[in-house]
Design a binder for this molecule. Structure first.
Ligand code: ADP
Ligand code: MG
Length: 243
């Protein structure tokens, strides 16, 4: 415990809302499924970033998580690797099921960036994903949602809230299998006015799910959204940028 506290002081990571598992220092220590550890060791990344070191064990414990850290600190993998780990532990999707993991992001660029990480990690082992966003024709996205990607149903949907809600309300997809929910760049989603869509979607989700929220800033509106969408015992992990 002292060792974890010393690590957090040194790396400027703070945990609040409860007791967190100790941070992991290496990719191997995170104890992801072997195929994921191999994918990450095939990159030129040397070690987990501070926010990853502390978020991974929290996320893998099944806890709800609020992750706060500046842009560029590696937040995408904080949720993408635990999401893939979660998916491979679930029963396979059945016809008519929507995704198992839903990742919401404010913009198409960001959704595509997250998709890139999901393709790089887990993609080679057959974990399927699709990105859903506005400003492009609906046809191909609708086909991916209904028929899957390749031969397989879509396990991860990465979406901007408006377009996904359109598809849900048209009966193209549903959230009844979602047991892993991510809100990425929650502050920017609220700045862009997505709060009503987020609340409408949250109302349709299974209560027995894990929810992770990431943000670079923590204004009152984001805290209020977190209170309605995350469990009361969510842990908050905040990494301060190096001075
Ligand atoms: P954030 O979401 O916090 O802005 P990203 O997840 O976009 O940050 O990551 C920023 C960059 O750092 C990306 O290019 C990503 O591939 C890279 N990255 C992620 N994790 C690591 C790591 N452990 N070591 C080195 N680079 C990393
Ligand atoms: Mg990010």
């Amino acid at each position: 415990a002292d060792e974890a506290a010393a690590w957090r002081r040194k790396h400027r990571v703070q945990v609040s809302g409860g007791t967190a598992p100790k941070p992991v220092r290496t990719f191997l220590e995170a104890a992801f499924p072997e195929f994921l550890t191999a994918d990450i060791e095939a990159t030129n990344f040397r070690a987990p970033t501070p926010i990853q070191s502390q978020c991974w064990p929290v996320a893998l414990s099944g806890c709800d998580l609020i992750g706060l850290a500046a842009t560029g600190s590696g937040k995408t993998l904080c949720f993408a690797l635990p999401a893939i780990t979660h998916i491979v532990a679930q029963p396979r999707l059945q016809p008519g099921d929507g995704a198992i993991a839903l990742m919401l992001a404010p913009t198409r660029e960001l959704a595509l960036q997250i998709k890139g990480e999901c393709d790089a990690f887990g993609g080679p082992s057959g974990v399927t994903n699709t990105a859903i966003y506005g400003g492009v024709p609906k046809g191909p996205q609708q086909r991916d949602l209904q028929q899957g990607v390749g031969r397989d149903r879509v396990e991860i949907v990465i979406a901007t809230p408006g377009r996904l809600l359109d598809f849900m309300e048209a009966g193209v997809t549903n959230l009844r299998r979602v047991s892993f929910l991510v809100l990425d760049e929650a502050d920017r989603m609220l700045d862009l006015g997505f709060e009503p869509q987020l609340r409408r979607m949250a109302a349709q989700l299974l209560p027995q799910r894990q929810t992770l929220l990431f943000s670079a800033t923590w204004p009152r509106e984001v805290a209020s959204l977190a209170r309605t969408i995350l469990r009361a015992d969510a842990l908050t992990v905040q990494a301060d940028a190096a001075p």
